[in-house]
Every structure is written in structure tokens, then in C-alpha cells.
Design a protein around this ligand. Structure first.
Ligand SMILES: *Cc1c(COP(=O)(O)O)cnc(C)c1O
Length: 461
């Protein structure tokens, strides 16, 4: 304490200035680590919290307090986690994890200038969607393609470009809400279209569509019911059945496939999910789907279909607002390339690998991990349990993927779940029926996970 702060023998009255505190040697390591501005911010908070208390001048206490406060900033806010929820494409956990080739392409595009909108042949301005459009056409059989921020954007743009100010006919059984704020009626309103609902919740017939079409109709739309299924006394009209009606009336038929895929999942023993190629082959004029659902790429919304329609979409002012950046375009292009060789797709695409992973392999992994899991949860009842996981993100809502989980039962499951979330790499499981499950279908990094089990603490008592 120097004379400037305090007269000899007198108790301290004036708190030290922020500048003085920042000069305390006890703060030096923190400034070195976090940088001066963040430490100054913490010191202001300290001065505020200890105002009037003599402790405000205690340099050691202050350094500890500031270090605690800044510890929260040591981790990035968006962090890697282990997704052991059983939902392979978990929207809250970032959906698809990308193929190594997509990662490498994205890193290259981040690090260097690229030909994003540059045509090397003519040395002139190019079109950014040209990096992915030829692949999308090759893989779907469509004439033309475009890419935007996500599938919600693709639907908004398609409706805005093709039907603003006019009517769009949709079945009542397809007026979906996808988690968050994506609701077909709201998107229609945003795009400036008038929604014309036809049929009933459970049954819609071709004649319902036909009766609803009038002079103001701009399009017929089909929406894939990605996250629910209507069962029982039901009737819906397939896209293929709608094609002749759309042709006769001279209207575009738009289909939102939601997840959509570019490969036939049955080849890997998975249930059928409509492919974009099937929709195009059936005669749908414009198809939209997501890049980061079953496709296994970065977040994107893809539009494929007739050239004249794609051109209208590309010219719409919203296209500019919804466009993809070079990093995601690079990752998307690399992901699409993988589909050109379906025989090797499963080796290269993590989403497909996780979905098609054999049960026996998952079970063997659970058996390898159970001893360390049980040791980490000493005192609780641990076991391997057969479970059913989900593809997620609205794909195939009623088909559950048989898998195996490390399970723990007993009182205080929330505390255990919390301890797993506080690990250096947080582990996210799922609690159901009084049991905490860690579904291993998506566990690729077994060694790292095993090492984490040693670090579980905070469970005593
Ligand atoms: C997921 C989904 C959307 C939204 O796609 P995002 O890529 O999340 O924007 C739209 N329609 C359907 C049918 C979907 O399944």
C-alpha cells in the first residue's frame, strides 16, 4: 500500500482507482492471459461489488475474484459436445457433422481468396451457385439448381418468387410446423401468398385440389410431413398424382421435401425417405430440401427443378439476402461430390455411417466401455440397455433406430446428467423412465470418451 492511497496510520477511505488496481502485480498473470480490457471490466465489477468494504483494496482477493469471473470466458460459447442423445441429426446440437473432405474444403476457403464469383476461364465475374448447381443437377436429374441459407429460406424464396400476391393450394394435412417458428401458413404470409387449404386433416383427394384452383392460383404445393405421421383413415395425393392436374392448369407444382436425400437409404438397410431425384422424376417442377439433414452437409437450403423457375428464384431480391457464403458453399460442394460415388459414400459421410452402424458394433462398444462407466458411477446401478434412437431433424419421425446405450438408474439422475455436461467435453444424454441413457450409435471418438469418464466428479454424497 503506498502513501498515495492512505495517510500514515489512517484507515483506508478512498478506494484505489481501477488503473492502480490493474497495476497490482497479482493481476499481471491475468492480464497476460485474458488481455487488459477484460481484466479492467472485471476490476470495475469488483470495485462495484466491494464498494465501501475494506476488502476492495485486497489485491490477492481481488485477483482470485477476477480470475473466477473471467474463467467463464475461457471456453468459447459454442463448444464441441458428445451427442449421445440417440437423435443422430439433433437440431440443437448442430445437426450433421461433416465429412473430412467438406471440412478440408471449408478450411481452405476460409484461409484463402477463392473463385467464389469469378470465372477463371474468362477472367470475368461468375455465379456463386455454379459451384454446386451442376452437382445438384447430376444427382437429382433436375435442369437447374440454386442454394440458399437453409430450407426455410428456400421455401420462402420459392413462394415469394413464384406466387407473391396470388394463391397457393396446399392440403390441410400438410400445414406443418417444424420446431421453432417454421409454419407453412406463416411462411406463406411472409412470402405474400394467399394460402388456399384443401381437404381435411386426415383426407385430401385429387378433386379437392382441382376444385380449389381458380384464376388467382399461382402454384400447387406439397409438403413432406417430416415430423409426424397421420395414421388410420387417411388419404393424401402424391406428387406424381398431382402432376397431370398441375400440367393441365399450367401451374408449377412445388414440393418441400424437408430432409430429402440424394441417395436411396434402403441400400444401407434404412427405411425409405423420398429422394429429390424421385420427386423430379415424378414431374415436380421445383423441389426444396435441407443441406444439413440427411444430406449430411452444412446448413443450406437447396432448390432444384425447371430452369425457368430456378431463374425466377435466382433473380428475386431475397436471393441476395439469403445467399450462402464461400465457406458453406465449399463444404457443400465437397459433400455433393461424395454422392457421385455411392459405393464409397458410407466410408466418407459421418451422418450415413452413424445411421447405418450395425447394432452388433454398437453393442460391442458398450461392452468395452461399461467397466469404466460403472467405475465412474460407483454406487449407482449401471447397465447396457437396448434403446431406440431417432434420425432426427424431421426425417422419418416414426422409424426408430435400434441401438445400445450405457444406462444409469437411481436417485439423483439430474445430478449425474449435470456432471456429464460439466466435463471438459460435455456429454449430452437423455433421461427417460427414470434412467439416464447414453446412446452409443453416434460415438465415434471412443478413446476420448473413455478418458473423460475418469474425470467425472461432483457426484459424492
Ligand atoms: C426441416 C424442414 C424445414 C426447415 O428446414 P431448415 O433447413 O431447418 O430451414 C422445412 N420443411 C420441412 C418439411 C422440414 O422438414
Amino acid at each position: 500500500m503506498s502513501r498515495a492511497d492512505r495517510a500514515p496510520g489512517a484507515p483506508e477511505t478512498r478506494p484505489p482507482s481501477i488503473d492502480r488496481m490493474a497495476g497490482w502485480p497479482q493481476l499481471a498473470p491475468l492480464i497476460e492471459q485474458a488481455g487488459r480490457p477484460l481484466v479492467v471490466e472485471a476490476l470495475r465489477a469488483w470495485a462495484e461489488a466491494k464498494r465501501g468494504a475494506s476488502e476492495v483494496a485486497d489485491a490477492a482477493a481481488c485477483a482470485r475474484w477476477c480470475a473466477d469471473r473471467l474463467a467463464g470466458l475461457a471456453h468459447p460459447s459454442q463448444r464441441r459436445v458428445f451427442n449421445l442423445t440417440g437423435t443422430v441429426l439433433h437440431t440443437n446440437l448442430g445437426r450433421a457433422v461433416m465429412a473430412e473432405k467438406a471440412i478440408a474444403a471449408a478450411v481452405e476457403a476460409m484461409r484463402w481468396p477463392t473463385t467464389l464469383e469469378y470465372d477463371l476461364g474468362g477472367g470475368a465475374r461468375g455465379e456463386r451457385d455454379q459451384h454446386v448447381a451442376p452437382w445438384l443437377c447430376r444427382l437429382t436429374g433436375a435442369e437447374a439448381a440454386a442454394a440458399v441459407n437453409n430450407n426455410a429460406a428456400a421455401v420462402l424464396l420459392a413462394l415469394g418468387a413464384l406466387a407473391a400476391g396470388r394463391e397457393v393450394v396446399v392440403s390441410r394435412g400438410e400445414l406443418i410446423e417444424i420446431g421453432g417458428a417454421f409454419r407453412i401458413p406463416d411462411i406463406m404470409a411472409q412470402a405474400g401468398c394467399r394460402l388456399v387449404e384443401v381437404g381435411t386433416t386426415n383426407r385430401t383427394h385429387l378433386k379437392d385440389y382441382a376444385a380449389a384452383i381458380g384464376p388467382d392460383t399461382a402454384a400447387i404445393m406439397k409438403v413432406h410431413p417430416s415430423n409426424y405421421a397421420i395414421q388410420g383413415f387417411t388419404k393424401s395425393v402424391t406428387a406424381a398424382e398431382l402432376v397431370p392436374l398441375a400440367r393441365e392448369k399450367g401451374l408449377p407444382l412445388i414440393e418441400d421435401l424437408g430432409s430429402g436425400t440424394l441417395a436411396d437409404l434402403e441400400a444401407w438397410g434404412l427405411p425409405h425417405e423420398p429422394t429429390a431425384r424421385e420427386a423430379i422424376a415424378a414431374g415436380v417442377d421445383l423441389v426444396t430440401f435441407s443441406g444439413d439433414k440427411l444430406l449430411g452437409g452444412p446448413q443450406a437450403g437447396l432448390l432444384v427443378g425447371r430452369r425457368a423457375l430456378i431463374e425466377r428464384v435466382a433473380r428475386h431480391p431475397l436471393k441476395r439476402a439469403l445467399r450462402l457464403d464461400k465457406v458453406r458453399l465449399a463444404a457443400l460442394e465437397a459433400t455433393l461430390r461424395l454422392y457421385a460415388d455411392p459405393a464409397r459414400l458410407i466410408e466418407q459421410l459421418p451422418t450415413l455411417r452413424a445411421l447405418a452402424r450395425p447394432e452388433a458394433e454398437i453393442r460391442a462398444q458398450a461392452e468395452r466401455l461399461l467397466p469404466a462407466f460403472a467405475a465412474a458411477l460407483d454406487g449407482w446401478q449401471t447397465s447396457i440397455e437396448p434403446v431406440r434412437g431417432q434420425i432426427g431433424s424431421g426425417a422419418l419421425p416414426v422409424d426408430l433406430l435400434p441401438s445400445f446405450a450405457l444406462a444409469v438408474r437411481g436417485k439423483g439422475l439430474d445430478r449425474i446428467a449435470d456432471a456429464f455436461r460439466r466435463l471438459p467435453i460435455p456429454v449430452i444424454g437423455r433421461i427417460a423412465d427414470g434412467t439416464l441413457f447414453f446412446d452409443l450409435r453416434t460415438l465415434t471418438d471412443e478413446q476420448v470418451f473413455a478418458a473423460l469418464l475418469d474425470k467425472i466428479d461432483g457426484l459424492a454424497g
